[in-house]
Write a protein that binds this ligand. Structure first.
Ligand SMILES: C[S@@+](CC[C@H](N)C(=O)[O-])C[C@H]1O[C@@H](n2cnc3c(N)ncnc32)[C@H](O)[C@@H]1O
Length: 187
């Protein structure tokens, strides 16, 4: 198969960007799978910021990074991704969002349309030239549908001279499949 699933597609774009990325952000740390993946691809001079509002996410991710012997050049932040600018004072090459709730965690602790929108807007402000934001949205649950509507509406209004924005969806899948937005800064 040439077409992969949402996770695979997002990894393809991450991998392309990680070849040159120095400052990288995981906006939704969760159990740390994506944080570890990004850290494993990071240049020795690079730095990774990861955010989550759940303390357990920080603990699980730290444990995972230590186990893999890659707990360096990383800051795990127990705060909302709406607060990027409080912690990051550098231009960023890559930001990833895997929205929603943790698959085996508390479904009531989900990302929300309000803070996700604030976060994506501030992420776009701190993005480097040719920097990339990858957003995976799951419209199959109530808050995810709201997030999808709010984010889609906003991204449609963004100046195409400043950002290239691509939407990828699995057109013939049933049950509201995930949707990917790829945002790239042009100037
Ligand atoms: C689908 S999970 C992320 C999975 C993660 N990428 C992994 O590899 O395990 C979404 C995560 O977003 C977190 N989250 C919810 N609202 C947030 C916010 N405002 N800022 C940062 N993280 C948030 C949740 O606590 C949850 O852990």
């Amino acid at each position: 198969m040439v077409i992969s699933n949402a996770l695979g597609l997002s990894k393809e774009y991450m991998d392309k960007k990680m070849k040159k990325a120095l400052v990288v952000v995981d906006a939704t740390m969760g159990n740390g799978f994506d944080t570890c993946y990004l850290r494993s691809k990071l240049d020795s001079k690079g730095f990774l910021y990861a955010f989550d509002i759940q303390k357990t996410a920080i603990e699980n991710t730290k444990k995972r990074l230590i186990e893999k012997n890659i707990y360096s050049n990383v800051l795990l932040i127990n705060d909302s991704h709406a607060e990027f600018k409080k912690y990051i004072d550098k231009d960023v090459d890559l930001i990833i969002y895997n929205l929603g709730y943790l698959p085996k965690g508390d479904k009531n602790i989900s990302t929300s349309s309000e803070s996700t929108l604030i976060s994506i807007k501030s992420g776009m402000d701190i993005l480097n030239y040719e920097g990339l934001i990858i957003v995976t949205i799951y419209p199959g649950h109530l808050e995810g549908k709201k997030e999808f509507d709010v984010i889609s509406e906003f991204l449609k209004t963004v100046d195409q001279k400043k950002f290239e924005i691509m939407k990828m969806e699995f057109y013939n899948h049933i049950n509201n499949p995930p949707v990917l937005f790829i945002i790239e800064r042009k100037n």
